[in-house]
Design a binder for this molecule. Structure first.
Ligand code: BGP
Length: 478
C-alpha cells in the first residue's frame, strides 16, 4: 500500500542507528579494553542475573559472549555502509567505543589504532553523503573504570569522560557535527551497570548512589557541551532519553498523578540538560527519598550555562501505570514497568506497539522544551524467517515503521521541529537487553544465530526496499 505524505522538511535526516558495543565485535582488536557487554552472556546464559549483579561478570567465565564477534562491523563496515547508502541514508548513528580510545579509561594517551578506526569509518560515511550522528557513551563505560573507580558514582569519571571528549572532538572536528552525550541517560536508574558502570548490589541506599552518579553524568554532559562549542561552534550537541509517554490506567485522578510522576523520572534528566537546572519538583523528591547530592563549586553554573542544542530520544512504546500497587504488580514488557494496555498489540518480547504514542511523546517533549527533536531509535524487534529463495518478508516491520513514520509526520504537522529519524538496528545486531541475535530490527539481515553460528553474510529484507522508497520520496510514500 502506498500513501501520500508531504510533511517532512527538505533536509530531513533519514537514516538508521546502531551502537559500537552491539555491532562492532573485535572486542580485543587493536588494543581495545573491555566494555560492559564484553563480560555479559546472552539471555540463555544468565544475562539478566549478571546485569542485576555485575560482580558475577568479574568472577565468572560464561559460555557465550555474543558481543565478542557480534556482526563484525569492525571489519565489514564498508560493505554495510554501502548498503545503507543504497537505501538513501542521509545520516548514520553509531557510537564511539570509549575503551577503543582509552582502553582503561584513565590512560595517559589515547590509543591511535582506535582513533584511526573511527577516522576511516567517518570518512566512509561522508564519502556516501551520510552525516555521522555520534553517541559518545552508549552503555559503554570501560570496565577498568568500574573496577578501579566504581564507575560513575565516582566524581573522577567526569574528568576521564572530558578527556575522552576532548580527544574525539578535536580529532573529528571536521567530520562529525552531531553528538549525543549519553545514550538513554535515564537508563542509569534501571540498569546501572549499563548506564553507569555501577554495581549497587548490597548498597544500603542505592537511590543515593544512582542520583549522585546521575549528577556526575549531567555535569559531564554540560561540560562536554561547553567544550564542544569551544572546539567547534558548529557542533550540535544533544541529550538522549529513553522516552515514551505514560498513560494513566483509569481517569481516577490518582492514576493521572501516578502517570505524571512516572514521566518525571525521565524528564528529570532532560529538564537539567535542556533547561539548565534541576527541576522544581526534584527538591521534594530528593527530600522524601533521603537523597543528598554532593555538589562541587561551579556545578550548578555549568549546568545553567551549557544546555544542549537539541533533544534526541528513543521511542519503542508508550507505558501504562496505576496508583494502585496491586494493579501495578501485573507489569510486563521492557525494563520500564508497564501495565498491559488493552488497546495495544505487543511484539514477541511484550513491547507494546503504539504509533500514536510517538506523536503524543513528540508533542509532549516539544511543548516542554521548545528545542529541536531527533528521533534516534524506534523499531520492532522480531524473529525473521529466511525463505528457501533467501527472501525475508518482514511485512510486520514495515507495518510498524509505516505507522510510526505516519505519526511522526503528524507531529511535524502539529508544529514540532524534528531534525531526523534513525530507526534502531538498521542492520541486525546483538540485542542490548537479551544479548540475542534472534531479536532483529534490521533492514539488512545478518546470517548469525543465537549460538554464534552463521556466515555473517548480509542480505536485504523486504523492508530494505520499503525504506529506500520512503527516503527517496522524503516520506511522501510510506
Ligand atoms: C535501547 C538501546 C539500544 C537498543 C534498543 C533495543 O534501550 O539504546 O542499545 O538495544 O534499546 O533494545 P533491545 O536490544 O533490548 O531489543
Amino acid at each position: 500500500m502506498t500513501e501520500k505524505n508531504t510533511t517532512f522538511p527538505k533536509n530531513f535526516l533519514w537514516g538508521g542507528a546502531v551502537a559500537a558495543n552491539q555491532c562492532e565485535g573485535a572486542y580485543l582488536t587493536d588494543g581495545k579494553g573491555l566494555s560492559p557487554v564484553d563480560v555479559l552472556p546472552d539471555a540463555a546464559h544468565g544475562r539478566w542475573d549478571v546485569l542485576a549483579n555485575p560482580k558475577l561478570a568479574m568472577e565468572k567465565t560464561f559460555d557465550f559472549y555474543p558481543s565478542h564477534e557480534s556482526i563484525d562491523f569492525y571489519h565489514r563496515y564498508k560493505e554495510d555502509l554501502a548498503l545503507m547508502a543504497e537505501m538513501g541514508f542521509k545520516t548514520f548513528r553509531t557510537s564511539i567505543c570509549w575503551a577503543r580510545i582509552f582502553p582503561n579509561g584513565d590512560d595517559q594517551a589515547p590509543n591511535e589504532a582506535g582513533l584511526k578506526f573511527y577516522d576511516d569509518l567517518f570518512d566512509e560515511c561522508l564519502k556516501h553523503g551520510m552525516e555521522p550522528l555520534i553517541t559518545i557513551n552508549h552503555f559503554d563505560t570501560p570496565i577498568a573504570l568500574m573496577k578501579n573507580y566504581g564507575g560513575w558514582k565516582n566524581r573522577q569519571l567526569i574528568d576521564f569522560y572530558l578527556n575522552y571528549c576532548d580527544v574525539i572532538f578535536k580529532r573529528y572536528k571536521d567530520k562529525v557535527k552531531y553528538w549525543l552525550t549519553f545514550n538513554e541517560i535515564n537508563m542509569l536508574l534501571h540498569i546501572p551497570f549499563f548506564g553507569g558502570g555501577i554495581d549497587i548490589v548490597g548498597e544500603e541506599h542505592p537511590e543515593q548512589i544512582k542520583y549522585q552518579a546521575a549528577h556526575h553524568q549531567l555535569v559531564a554532559s554540560a561540560k562536554a557541551t561547553q567544550l564542544a562549542h569551544e572546539i567547534n561552534p558548529d557542533f550540535k550537541i544533544g541529550c538522549m532519553l529513553a522516552a515514551g509517554t505514560t498513560y494513566p490506567n483509569t481517569c481516577n485522578p490518582k492514576d493521572v498523578w501516578a502517570a505524571l510522576e512516572a514521566d518525571r523520572e525521565g524528564y528529570f534528566f532532560i529538564d537539567v540538560q535542556a533547561r539548565g537546572q534541576y527541576p522544581s519538583y526534584s527538591k521534594r523528591f530528593f527530600k522524601e527519598n533521603n537523597i543528598q547530592l554532593e555538589l562541587a563549586e561551579g556545578d550548578l553554573e555549568v549546568l545553567k550555562n551549557h544546555p544542549v542544542d537539541f533533544i534526541s530520544f528513543s521511542y519503542y512504546s508508550s507505558r501504562l501505570t496505576s496508583a494502585d500497587p496491586e494493579v501495578n504488580q501485573k507489569t510486563e514488557g521492557n525494563v520500564f514497568a508497564s501495565l498491559k494496555n488493552p488497546y495495544l498489540e505487543a511484539s514477541e518480547w511484550g513491547w507494546q506497539i503504539d504509533p500514536l504514542g510517538l506523536r503524543t511523546t513528540m508533542n509532549a517533549i516539544y511543548d516542554r522544551y521548545q528545542k529541536p527533536l531527533f528521533i534516534v531509535e524506534n523499531g520492532l524487534g522480531a524473529v525473521d524467517q529466511v525463505e528457501a529463495d533467501g527472501s525475508i518478508n518482514d511485512d510486520y516491520r514495515i507495518d510498524y515503521l509505516r505507522e510510526h513514520v505516519r505519526e511522526m509526520g503528524e507531529a511535524i504537522e502539529d508544529g514540532v521541529e524534528c531534525w531526523g529519524y534513525t530507526p534502531w538496528g538498521c542492520i541486525d545486531l546483538v540485542s542490548a537487553g537479551s544479548g540475542e541475535m534472534k531479536k532483529r530490527y534490521g533492514f539488512i539481515y545478518v546470517d548469525r544465530d543465537n549460538d554464534g553460528n552463521g556466515t555473517l553474510a548480509r542480505s536485504k529484507k523486504k523492508s530494505f526496499d520499503w525504506y529506500q522508497k520512503v527516503i527517496g520520496s522524503n516520506g511522501a510514500e510510506i
